[in-house]
Design a protein around this ligand. Structure first.
Ligand SMILES: [Zn+2]
Ligand SMILES: [Zn+2]
Length: 279
C-alpha cells in the first residue's frame, strides 16, 4: 500500500512563509491499496487538495474513515470537491461512532447559518457501513481499531496488507489516562512490528509540563514506545499550530539524538504535508 499525508497540522490550519516545509493543512491521510482502492482517513483541511488531485486523476470512488470528531479532523469535508459531483461514490465507515452519529455530524457541519449548501443537496452518493470495533476489510487491506486516549474519545487504526502494517494514532496521549483510553502498554502492543507508525508527537518536554492532559503526546514518550514495539519508521504527527519549519527541524534532530542514546535504528521524521511511504 502507498500512504500519503495531505495534512498533519494540529488544532487549526496555518499559513505563512514559516510553515512551508511541513505544511499548514490539518489531518488527512490517503492510502492506496495494491488493488488501487482509495482509503481516506479524516477530513481535515488537507482533504481539499486531495479532492482536487483525485478529480484530476479521474478517480471518483473512495472509502472514508474518521479518527474522531474534533474540528481539525472534519472541517475540510465541505471543501472536498468530489462531493458536489454526481459520479462520486463515497463509502463512510461508522468508526468510531455508532448508529447515525457520523451522518448527523456531517449534516450538522453544513447546517445554516454555517454553510450555504445543505448536506441533502450533495450530489455524491454516500453510503454508511457499520464497522468498529470489530476488525474489517477494505479490499486487500485489513483494518483494526483501538480506542484513543484523548478528550471525547476516538479511534486509532492499523492497516495491514500482505503482512505490512501502517499504524495511525493521532490525537493520542501516552502519558495520561483519559476516559475510555487505554494504557501505554496497550498502544505498544497494537504497534508491535509495524513498518510505519504515524503518532501524535505534538509536545516538547518543556511544553508538556503545562500541557499534560490536553490529549497529545510528548515526543520522547512516543519514541520510547515505538522502539519497544519494534516499529521501523516513525512519523511525528499532529504538528503544533505554532511550530515553524525551523522549530520542527530542531525537534526532529532532538528525536534522532534521543534514538541514538537508546542505541536504536528507528527511522524518525516529521510527517509533514506530502510525505509519502510505500509498504
Ligand atoms: Zn487534532
Ligand atoms: Zn482531537
Amino acid at each position: 500500500m502507498h500512504i500519503t499525508c495531505w495534512g498533519s497540522r494540529g488544532s487549526i490550519p496555518v499559513s505563512g512563509k514559516e510553515f512551508v516545509t511541513y505544511g499548514g493543512d490539518t489531518t488527512c491521510i490517503e492510502i492506496r491499496t495494491k488493488d488501487d482502492d482509495i482509503i481516506i482517513v479524516d477530513a481535515g483541511t488537507g482533504i481539499r487538495r486531495l479532492g482536487n488531485h483525485l478529480v484530476e486523476q479521474n478517480r471518483f470512488s473512495y472509502n472514508l474513515i474518521f479518527t474522531h470528531a474534533h474540528w481539525d479532523h472534519m472541517i475540510g469535508f465541505t471543501s472536498f470537491k468530489p462531493l458536489f459531483m454526481d459520479r462520486t461514490e463515497l463509502t463512510v465507515y461508522r468508526c468510531p461512532f455508532p448508529d447515525q452519529y457520523i451522518e448527523n455530524m456531517l449534516a450538522n457541519l453544513m447546517k445554516p447559518p454555517n454553510f450555504p449548501v445543505r448536506y441533502s443537496d450533495l450530489r455524491a452518493s454516500i453510503r454508511y457501513i457499520d464497522s468498529c470495533p470489530a476488525t474489517f476489510r477494505i479490499g486487500s487491506v485489513t483494518v483494526e481499531s483501538i480506542p484513543l486516549n484523548h478528550p471525547d474519545g476516538g479511534c486509532g487504526y492499523k492497516f495491514t496488507e500482505s503482512g505490512h502494517s501502517f499504524v495511525f494514532l493521532t490525537d493520542n496521549e501516552l502519558g495520561y489516562a483519559h476516559p475510555g483510553g487505554l494504557s501505554r502498554d496497550e498502544y505498544m502492543k497494537f504497534c508491535m512490528g509495524a513498518e510505519l507508525l504515524f503518532h501524535d508527537a505534538e509536545y516538547t518536554p518543556q511544553e508538556y509540563k503545562t500541557k499534560k492532559g490536553w490529549g497529545h503526546s510528548l515526543y520522547t514518550d512516543v519514541i520510547d514506545m515505538a522502539i519497544e514495539a519494534g516499529v521501523k519508521n516513525l512519523g511525528l504527527f499532529h504538528i503544533n499550530s505554532e511550530r515553524t519549519d525551523s522549530d520542527m527541524d530542531s525537534i526532529v534532530e532532538s528525536c534522532k539524538a534521543h534514538i541514538r542514546n537508546k542505541n536504536s535504528d528507528l527511522n524518525c521524521f516529521a510527517a509533514g504535508c506530502d510525505v509519502s511511504f510505500s509498504l
